[in-house]
Design a protein around this ligand. Structure first.
Ligand code: HEM
Length: 399
C-alpha cells in the first residue's frame, strides 16, 4: 500500500551505476510503487521492455502539470510555471503538430551540415585551452561553452549572454534549490526569451527561431507562446545535457586508458563509444515523467489510473535481457537501442545534434591533447548528485 512503499533512492553510489536499489527493483520488483523524497508516491518501472511500453503507450500522459505528475523534490508545483506548455509536456493531439513544426531542423542531413561549424567551435576552444594555464577546469573551459555556443547559434540567441542563461538554467535543474528559487530562475529566462522573440517577430533573423517566425506567418498561425516555450526548451535541453555528457565521457575515457587507446587508434570506433557512454550514464532519466490515465497492466502488476510514473532508464539500460554483461563498459557493443534519449513520441528531438557534438568533441579532444589527464585524484571529483540531469561540477585536467 501507499504507506509501506519504500523511498526511491536518487543518489548514485558510483558516477554511472544507478543506486543499488534500482538494480534490485530490476531483478525483483520491476514495476512497483515507491515513495518519493518529496513525500508523494509514484510508480517506477525498471525493465527495458516495460519502460519502452510506458514511453510509447498513449495511456501514459507526459503532462508534468498534472497534480499527480511525479515530483522528486523542490520542483515547481503545477500552475506555478510562468511558461506556456512545452512539447515535452504535451499529449496527442497537441504534441504532434508542435514537434512537426520544428523536426525539420534536426534531421540527420541538417545536423550533418553543421559539422564544419561545430568542428571550428571545438577547435577554437581547444586552441584557447592549449594556450592557457594548466591545470584547467574542463567543464568551464570546454564542456559547457561548446554546446552552449552551438545551440545559441542554431537558435539565434546572442552567446554574449551565456552567463545569464547558464546560471539560471543550472538553478532550474538543481533539485537542492527551493521551489521559489527555481521559479525565479524560470521567470528570468522567460522574460529574457520573450524579449528576444519579440525582436525576431519584428525582424526575423536567419536562425531556427527566426525561421519559426516566418513559418508561423506563412501558415497564418502566429503563436508567440509556442515560440517562447520552444526557445526555452531547446535552450535548456540543448546545452546542459550535452555539456554533462562531455565531462562525464571525458572522465570515463580517462579512467579507461585501454579503451581510450583503442579509440585513438581507430576513430571509426567513436560513434560506438558515444552510444556506450550514453547508455552507461543515462544522465536524463529523471527528466522523464508520466501519469497513467487508465489502469495499465504491466507484467502482471496494475499501475492504477492517476498514478505518477517514473521510468528508471539507467536500470533499464542495464537490463541483462537486452545488454549482455551490462555493467561492462564496452565500446564495441551495439548500444544504439539504449534508453538515454527516451523512447516513443517524445524521444529526444536533439539526439542527432548531441551525437554529432559528442563525436567531434571526443575525437578532437584526445587527438589534440594526447597527454590529457586528471589533475586531481579521482576521489576528489564532484558529481551533480542533486541535479535532475546528472553531470560533473568541475573536471580539473592537465597535460
Ligand atoms: C527529449 C535526453 C540533448 C532537445 C529528451 C528526452 C530525453 C532526452 C531522455 C525524453 C523526455 C521524455 O520522454 O519525457 C537528452 C540527452 C541529451 C539530449 C541525454 C544529450 C546527451 C538534447 C539536445 C536538444 C534536445 C542537444 C536540442 C537541441 C530535446 C527536446 C525534447 C527532448 C526538444 C522533447 C521532445 C518531445 O517532447 O517531443 N531528451 N537530450 N535534447 N530533448 Fe533531449
Amino acid at each position: 500500500t501507499a504507506d509501506s512503499a519504500e523511498t526511491l533512492q536518487l543518489t548514485r553510489t558510483c558516477p554511472y551505476a544507478p543506486p543499488e536499489q534500482h538494480l534490485r527493483l530490476l531483478r525483483e520488483q520491476p514495476v512497483t510503487e515507491v515513495r518519493l523524497p518529496s513525500g508523494s508516491n509514484a510508480w517506477v518501472a525498471a525493465r527495458y521492455e516495460d519502460i519502452r511500453t510506458i514511453l510509447s503507450d498513449p495511456r501514459f500522459s507526459a503532462d508534468r502539470r498534472h497534480p499527480n505528475a511525479p515530483r522528486l523534490s523542490g520542483e515547481m508545483a503545477p500552475g506555478e510555471s510562468p511558461l506556456p506548455k512545452m512539447m515535452l509536456e504535451m499529449d496527442p493531439p497537441e504534441h504532434g503538430p508542435a514537434r512537426r513544426a520544428v523536426v525539420g531542423e534536426f534531421t540527420l542531413r541538417r545536423i550533418a551540415a553543421l559539422r564544419p561549424r561545430i568542428q571550428q567551435i571545438v577547435d577554437e576552444h581547444l586552441d584557447a585551452m592549449l594556450d592557457g594555464p594548466r591545470p584547467v577546469d574542463l567543464v568551464r573551459a570546454f564542456a559547457l561553452p561548446v554546446p552552449s555556443l552551438v545551440i545559441c547559434e542554431l537558435l539565434g540567441v546572442p552567446y554574449e549572454e551565456h552567463d545569464f542563461f547558464q546560471t539560471h538554467s543550472a538553478q532550474l535543474l538543481n533539485r537542492a534549490a527551493t521551489p521559489q528559487e527555481r521559479q525565479h530562475a524560470a521567470f528570468e529566462l522567460v522574460v529574457y526569451l520573450d524579449k528576444l522573440i519579440r525582436a525576431k517577430e519584428e525582424d526575423p533573423t536567419d536562425d531556427l527561431l527566426g525561421r519559426q517566425v516566418v513559418k508561423q506567418r506563412e501558415s497564418g498561425e502566429v503563436d508567440h507562446g509556442a515560440l517562447l516555450s520552444l526557445a526555452f526548451l531547446l535552450l535548456l535541453a540543448g546545452h546542459e545535457t550535452t555539456a554533462n555528457m562531455i565531462s562525464l565521457g571525458t572522465y570515463m575515457l580517462l579512467r579507461h586508458p585501454e579503451t581510450l587507446a583503442a579509440l585513438r587508434a581507430d576513430p571509426s570506433k567513436t560513434p560506438g563509444a558515444v552510444e556506450e557512454l550514453l547508455r552507461h550514464f543515462t544522465i536524463a532519466e529523471f527528466a522523464i515523467a508520466r501519469v497513467a490515465t487508465e489502469d495499465v497492466e504491466l507484467g502482471g502488476t496494475v499501475i492504477p489510473a492517476g498514478a505518477g510514473v517514473l521510468t528508471l532508464a539507467n536500470a533499464g539500460n542495464r537490463d541483462p535481457e537486452v545488454f549482455a554483461d551490462p555493467e561492462a563498459f564496452d565500446i564495441e557493443r551495439d548500444a544504439r537501442s539504449h534508453l538515454a534519449f527516451g523512447y516513443g513520441p517524445h524521444q529526444c528531438l536533439g539526439q542527432n545534434l548531441a551525437r554529432v557534438e559528442l563525436e567531434i568533441v571526443f575525437d578532437s579532444l584526445f587527438r589534440r591533447i594526447p597527454g590529457l589527464r586528471l589533475a586531481v585524484p579521482a576521489e576528489e571529483l564532484s558529481f551533480k548528485d542533486e541535479a535532475s540531469v546528472y553531470g560533473m561540477h568541475e573536471l580539473p585536467v592537465t597535460w
